[in-house]
Design a protein around this ligand. Structure first.
Ligand code: HEM
Length: 402
C-alpha cells in the first residue's frame, strides 16, 4: 500500500498514514495506551494519528494537557459527534453533548440534582466492537449487534423510569430519577419528550457514575490486600480518629492525612478513565501546532498520572506521592483522574465522597487478606472506557470492635 501523509500544514506530526486504515494497524485497539506512550517517545507530547480516515490529536503530559483543557479551555471543550456513543445518546444529555447551550443547561441541572444511585446499565457490546463502529462508518448500517445495543439501552432506561414512577412520592425524591420527575412536572413537556430527556440523562449518570467508582474501589482493595502494612496504617488512623463515633463523615478526611493519601494513590494507579475524548470547537493552536476546528482530541490522562518528574514514585504504589515531609496530605497538580477545565467530571465531588466513606467504613470493620492459594497478584488492568482490575478473590475477616 502506498504511504501518504494527509496532515494539514503545521498539524502535529505522527506516524505515516495508510490510505483508508490510517494508523489503526499500528495501534492495539484492545489497549492503545502502550502505543500512545511509544509514539510520544518518537513524536513528542502532541502528535497526530489517523483512525481510519479521521485525524486525531493525542495530547500527553501535564504541560500540554493543561494548556489544552485549562488555558485554552473552550477551544478544546467540544465532544466528537460521530461515534457509537453519540447514536446511543442521540447527542443529548451531558457526557457526549457538544460544547454549547444545551450541554451547559443539562450540566447545571445535573449538578443541582445529583444523588447517588446503584443501578447499572450494561451495554451488550465489547469495547472492540465499539472501536470498529467508530473507525469504519461504512459498517454502521449493517445488521450487526450495534442495532440491538441501541434497543437494549432504551428498554433498560424505560424499565428504570417505570419502576420509579410506580413507587415515587412526588416532592420526596429518593434519587436522581425522582428529582428529574419532580422537576419536569413543573414545566410543560409531552410524555414522549419527557421520557426521551430522562432516558438520555439517566443513562449518562448511570454510565458515568457506576463502573468508575466501583472499579476504583476494586483496585483499591487489590492493592490494600497486597500492601498489608499500608492497610494496617490506615486502620490505625481510622480507629484513632473515629474513636467513639459510630459512623465516618466526609469531614473526617481532614483528620486522616494518611488515609486520604492512600485513597488518592489508589485513584492514581487505578487510572479509571485512561483517556478523555474531546473535539476542538474552533481553529486553534497547541504547543505551537495548528489544529483545525472539529478535530478529535484524545486527552491521555494516563500519561499525566504516571508522568516522570510529576511524582516522587511515578511507577509504584506509594502513598508518599501525596504526603509531604511533615506527613501532611498534599495534592500534586498532576492529580487529574477527573480531568480538568469545563468538561471536568461532573461527579467528582460525589465520587470523592463515595470513595472516602466506603473505604473508611469497610476498613474500620474488616481486614482484607490476599488468599495464599491465589498465588502472585496480577495488577494488570483490563482496558475499556473505564479500566478495571482482573477478577480476583479476597478473604475478609471481621475486625474486633474498636
Ligand atoms: C466525565 C472521571 C465518577 C459523571 C468524566 C471524565 C473523567 C471522569 C476523566 C471526562 C472529563 C473530560 O472529558 O475531560 C471519573 C472518575 C470517577 C467518576 C475517575 C470515579 C472514580 C463519576 C460519577 C458521576 C460522574 C460518580 C455522576 C454520577 C460524569 C459526567 C461527565 C463525566 C456527567 C461528563 C461531563 C461533561 O461532559 O461535561 N468523569 N468520573 N462521574 N463524569 Fe465522571
Amino acid at each position: 500500500l502506498h504511504l501518504k501523509s494527509q496532515r494539514p500544514n503545521n498539524f502535529p506530526p505522527g506516524p505515516p498514514v495508510l490510505p483508508l486504515l490510517g494508523n489503526i494497524l499500528q495501534l492495539n485497539l484492545e489497549n492503545p495506551l502502550k502505543d500512545f506512550e511509544r509514539l510520544r517517545k518518537s513524536y513528542g507530547d502532541v502528535y497526530s494519528i489517523f483512525i481510519g480516515r479521521k485525524p486525531a490529536v493525542v495530547i500527553n503530559g501535564m504541560k500540554a494537557v493543561k494548556e489544552a483543557i485549562v488555558t485554552k479551555a473552550t477551544d478544546f471543550a467540544g465532544r466528537p459527534q460521530d461515534m457509537f456513543i453519540n447514536e446511543v445518546t442521540q447527542r443529548k444529555g451531558v457526557i457526549m453533548a457538544d460544547y454549547g447551550s444545551s450541554w451547559r443547561e443539562h450540566r447545571r441541572f445535573h449538578a443541582n440534582l445529583m444523588s447517588s444511585t446503584n443501578q447499572k446499565v450494561k451495554p451488550s457490546l465489547t469495547y472492540l466492537s465499539l472501536q470498529l463502529y467508530d473507525t469504519f462508518p461504512v459498517i454502521r448500517h449493517l445488521p450487526l449487534p450495534f442495532q440491538k445495543a441501541f434497543k437494549n439501552f432504551e428498554s433498560l432506561a424505560i424499565d428504570l423510569i417505570n419502576e420509579h414512577k410506580e413507587t415515587r412520592v412526588p416532592g420526596e425524591p429518593r434519587d436522581f430519577i425522582d428529582c428529574y420527575l419532580d422537576e419536569l412536572e413543573k414545566v410543560f413537556l409531552n410524555m414522549r419528550r419527557l421520557r426521551h430527556l430522562l432516558i438520555m440523562n439517566s443513562l449518562d449518570l448511570h454510565g458515568a457514575g457506576t463502573d468508575t467508582t466501583s472499579n476504583s474501589l476494586l483496585t483499591g482493595f487489590l492493592y490494600l490486600m497486597n500492601y498489608p502494612h499500608i492497610q494496617e496504617r490506615c486502620q490505625q488512623e481510622i480507629d484513632r480518629v473515629l474513636e467513639g463515633n459510630c459512623q465516618a463523615s466526609f469531614e473526617d478526611r481532614h483528620k486522616m492525612p494518611y488515609t486520604q493519601a492512600v485513597i488518592h494513590e489508589v485513584q492514581r494507579v487505578a487510572n479509571t478513565v485512561p483517556t478523555a475524548l474531546h473535539c476542538t470547537t474552533r481553529d486553534t493552536e497547541l504547543m505551537g501546532y495548528s489544529i483545525p476546528k472539529g478535530t478529535l482530541i484524545i486527552e491521555n490522562l494516563t500519561s499525566v498520572l504516571n508522568e516522570e518528574g510529576q511524582w516522587k514514585f511515578p511507577h509504584e504504589f506509594n502513598p508518599e506521592n501525596f504526603l509531604n515531609d511533615q506527613g501532611e496530605f498534599v495534592k500534586p497538580e498532576a492529580f487529574m483522574p477527573f480531568s480538568a477545565g469545563p468538561r471536568v467530571c461532573l461527579g467528582e465531588g460525589l465520587a470523592r465522597m463515595e470513595l472516602f466513606l466506603m473505604m473508611v467504613t469497610l476498613l474500620r470493620k474488616f481486614k482484607f487478606i490476599w488468599p495464599e492459594e491465589a498465588g502472585e497478584p496480577d495488577f494488570t488492568q483490563v482496558y475499556g472506557i473505564t479500566m478495571s482490575p482482573k477478577p480476583y478473590c479476597m478473604k475478609v475477616q471481621l475486625r474486633a470492635p474498636q
